[in-house]
Design a protein around this ligand. Structure first.
Ligand SMILES: *Cc1c(COP(=O)(O)O)cnc(C)c1O
Ligand SMILES: [Zn+2]
Length: 408
């Protein structure tokens, strides 16, 4: 039994049935939010129900996901990623306790797999055989992988700057890849035109309300892995804003069902060279698009399409916004690697830099507990990994010379 009830516009309140291929509000163009019957759900969706369940994937939360009762879960295993207790990294950041949720261990190595798994389920439910998106890279590679496993054709639009690791994934998964000569904004615009022209299923997270429902399962996993103890802070790197809004919805759902009794504060971390959502949050004003000047390609979103849910989530959580420079992001990649053994791509480490700054600025207290989400794996972007960590020691195959070099 799943408890999805309707889709409701967050701007005008218009309510419509939850069809498989929902996009924006037909009345005003606002974002839709998926609603559930929490009164019914809380009677069955309990800690005990989950404790007895062996499925470790994101579908273990299916009662609070927008899927039909008899849906077929996609073949790739998404979710069930580890949450690591990281005392040395926490101490380095000045925190009482820090956990790291490694979303880089999903099938295509980013948290986007949670949304893409949802996308292919909804596409099949709606009778589509073709699915498309525009992406800075990870949504694309995750969609291509999920579509390949599900037997769907994928059409992918990426900006010129997408890193090679992500392009290679797309091609290996057999996607039709369009590398658009321009930035993410250009790729997004072209994808929207092509999707309406050819009638493909639309996986763009700034439009399709189901993507956030997939992403919210990361929060449910975190809460369950912490035995339903909620941390003070959840640190998330932010591009389009769908991830942070999804994290918030996941905690809200658990709260509504009585599985947790408090909510975390959200720390929204953006790159100083591209921080339109944080700027709007701090100014309390409308979103003003910015240029995309950061090496963290996954959060280089100068013109977020629908920042409303993200801005509402940060505010509702009584959270905070922090911007970090590219140098701070590279330093955070080294810290995460050396003190926790986790290799993150730049956007996956950015929130570590954000947490450090938030402690220094007194936003986060040293007495606080925090969870950092590693949103993507470092192997996707080896060029920046090498830029963060430097070159190896070049040595001849000779022990004496090695001794000299190591002493130097
Ligand atoms: C997409 C992504 C983000 C940001 O998610 P948004 O929904 O765009 O805010 C952060 N890190 C990584 C690795 C991503 O792929
Ligand atoms: Zn509306």
């Amino acid at each position: 039994m799943t408890y999805v009830s309707s889709a409701v516009c967050i701007v005008c309140g218009h309510e419509i049935p939850p069809a498989a291929d929902l996009t924006l509000c037909p009345r005003c163009g606002g974002l839709l939010d998926i609603h559930y019957d929490y009164r019914q759900a809380r009677r069955h969706f309990t800690r005990e129900l989950l404790a007895a369940r062996t499925d470790a994937s994101m579908w273990r939360y299916r009662e609070l996901l927008p899927v039909a009762e008899n849906f077929t879960p996609p073949p790739l295993r998404v979710g069930g990623t580890p949450l690591y207790d990281c005392p040395r990294l926490g101490a380095e950041l000045g925190l009482k306790r820090l956990w790291v949720k490694d979303e880089g261990l999903n099938p295509t190595a980013s948290m986007k797999d949670r949304a893409s798994a949802m996308a292919v389920v909804k596409a099949v439910e709606g009778g589509y055989s073709q699915i498309a998106c525009a992406s800075t890279g990870n949504a694309a590679s995750s969609l291509a992988g999920a579509a390949a496993a599900m037997g769907l054709r994928s059409y992918i639009f990426v900006p010129q700057r997408a890193p090679l690791g992500k392009i290679a994934q797309l091609l290996i998964f057999g996607a039709q890849v369009m590398r658009v000569q321009g930035d993410y904004q250009d790729a997004f615009r072209l994808s929207a035109q092509a999707i309406s022209h050819w009638g493909w299923y639309n996986r763009n997270a700034a439009i399709n309300p189901y993507m956030l429902e997939g992403k919210k399962t990361v929060a449910m996993e975190i809460a369950e892995q912490l035995q339903w103890q909620v941390p003070d802070w959840l640190a998330v790197s932010v591009g389009d804003g769908c991830t942070i809004a999804g994290v918030w919805k996941g905690f809200l759902d658990l709260y509504q069902c009585g599985l947790i009794h408090r909510l975390p504060k959200l720390l929204s971390v953006q790159a100083a060279g591209c921080c339109p959502i944080n700027a709007a949050f701090s100014a309390g004003g409308p979103l003003i698009p910015q240029e995309e000047n950061t090496l963290a390609d996954s959060i280089a979103v100068g013109h977020p399409r629908n920042p409303d849910k993200a801005l509402q989530a940060i505010a509702a959580s009584q959270g905070a916004a922090v911007n970090v420079t590219d140098e701070e992001i590279l330093a955070a990649m080294r810290l995460l690697g050396r003190l926790a053994g986790v290799f993150a791509e730049p956007a996956g480490a950015a929130a570590i830099a954000g947490l450090r700054k938030a402690v220094q600025n007194g936003i986060v207290s040293p007495q606080d507990t925090a969870v950092h989400i590693v949103t993507g794996n470092g192997l996707k972007d080896p060029a920046n990994g090498i830029q963060a960590a430097g070159e190896p020691l070049d040595v001849p195959p000779d022990l004496e010379q090695l001794q000299k070099k190591l002493q130097a």
